[in-house]
Design a protein around this ligand. Structure first.
Ligand code: FAD
Length: 364
């Protein structure tokens, strides 16, 4: 067995973001050292939609706002036209279905929804908002509840929260909706391509919904068919996106599988729930020797998986043989320097609120 450079520190001790978060601090990493801090955005979904719309219209996109009244198919099962309430019917060579989880166009074409409820048990989601506080936390909080979990997303206008639950009884929610995880069996069908939730929905335990919408757009651009159509592009889109959604699902499943909470029926069922062979491989390899075998279409990086595993208390039993010749004392000293350096960088960052204010008013 290879010697281990034993450290009592959790992995967080070596992540700049984890040093900054409890101090309510944030700054963009220096350009030359971007790998030091991988950050995401907390977006107010309504304002994000407005911003994207304004940008698209400025670039010449024509917008018709109308309810889809019907989907007319041709003899080959492709979309001939989409009829709109109060507007002329829409004809096109290629249609994108971006109508969310209901996938109005794809489902009219016969694309079935493959349910992932067995691994993703929350059938309801309730939304609420908190009044703005003095600080804007620089991180999303995910907290387990007896029958599900709660996500709190800090925004300038106050925290937005969502509770995912097995049951529709969600105290304090302003609105409550049914929720289903799963994918369309075909996401690109004939001349229609599903993007975003129309292609698939994953419980946002790891917050990957918007990322998956972006992945869909990028995949579509890389496979954009030539005039006349190209059936292989659709098959490839379906293969790639299905694998990517499966990887996003596995990220959510990992949180359930490793939660180690057994005090309620919900969590006991989660501990016993099945998960994919790909996730099982990752868990086993990480546990045995700290390796993380990535899939070709993995939506997370090695460091993301390591963060999930270690945060849930999973830690390698032994180090990889490739580190056998390393000197544990030198590694320990290097880790101590790294930890102190990261703590110093975090302490010198501005508060998250100050960072946001400076970004909004760069001159003042
Ligand atoms: C509570 C909650 C928390 C989440 N948290 C995160 C997170 O932290 N990070 C993350 O990345 N993702 C998160 N997600 C997922 C993310 O919000 C979704 O993946 C994303 O909004 C999907 O965008 P979309 O455009 O595909 O679908 P939608 O946002 O559902 O948009 C669909 C659009 O289609 C329109 N439409 C529907 N039917 C018709 C019709 N018949 N005619 C005309 N128009 C129609 C609707 O009006 C709507 O404008 C979360 C989701 C939920 C529910």
């Amino acid at each position: 067995m290879a010697p281990r450079a034993e450290s009592k520190d959790p992995l967080n001790a070596f992540a700049l973001g984890a040093h900054a978060a409890p101090l309510q601090k944030f700054a963009l990493p220096p350009r030359a050292r971007e790998s030091l801090l991988h950050y995401g955005m907390h977006v107010d979904i309504t304002r994000y939609i407005e911003a994207l719309r304004t940008r698209a219209l400025a670039r010449g996109v024509k917008r018709i706002e109308a309810e889809i009244a019907g989907v007319l198919l041709n003899g080959e099962g492709a979309v001939a036209e989409i009829t709109l309430a109060g507007a002329p019917a829409a004809e096109a060579d290629l249609f994108l279905d971006c109508t969310g989880a209901e996938a109005r166009v794809l489902s009219a074409m016969g694309a079935a929804f493959e349910d992932w409820d067995a691994v993703s048990p929350c059938a309801f989601v309730g939304y609420g908002r908190n009044a703005p506080g003095a600080e804007i936390a620089p991180f999303t909080t995910i907290a387990a509840r007896d029958d599900g979990w709660m996500q709190t997303i800090p925004l300038q206008s106050g925290d937005a929260w969502a509770i995912f639950s097995e049951s529709p009884n969600i105290d304090g929610a302003e609105t409550i909706h049914p929720f289903r995880s799963g994918v369309r069996d075909t996401m690109w069908r004939g001349n229609c391509v599903g993007v975003g939730d129309a292609a698939g929905v994953v419980e946002p335990l790891h917050g990957l919904g918007l990322h998956m919408a972006h992945r869909g757009v990028l995949r579509l651009l890389s496979l954009l068919p030539q005039p006349g159509g190209e059936a292989s592009a659709g098959a490839e889109y379906n293969r790639l996106m299905r694998n990517e959604f499966a990887s996003a699902r596995d990220a959510a499943c990992a949180h359930y599988a490793l939660a180690q909470r057994t005090d309620t029926e919900f969590w006991r069922a989660r501990a016993a729930a099945p998960y994919s062979a790909a996730l099982a491989r990752k868990i086993t390899q990480f546990k045995r020797r700290g390796r993380i075998p990535l899939e070709d279409e993995d939506v997370l990086q090695e460091s993301d998986w390591a963060a999930i595993f270690s945060a849930h208390g999973l830690w390698p039993e032994r180090s990889d043989l490739s580190t056998a010749d390393a000197d544990p004392a030198a590694i320990r000293a290097g880790l101590e320097r790294m930890k102190a350096g990261l703590a110093g960088m975090a302490a010198s960052m501005p508060s998250h609120r100050a960072f946001i204010q400076d970004s909004l008013n760069p001159a003042g």
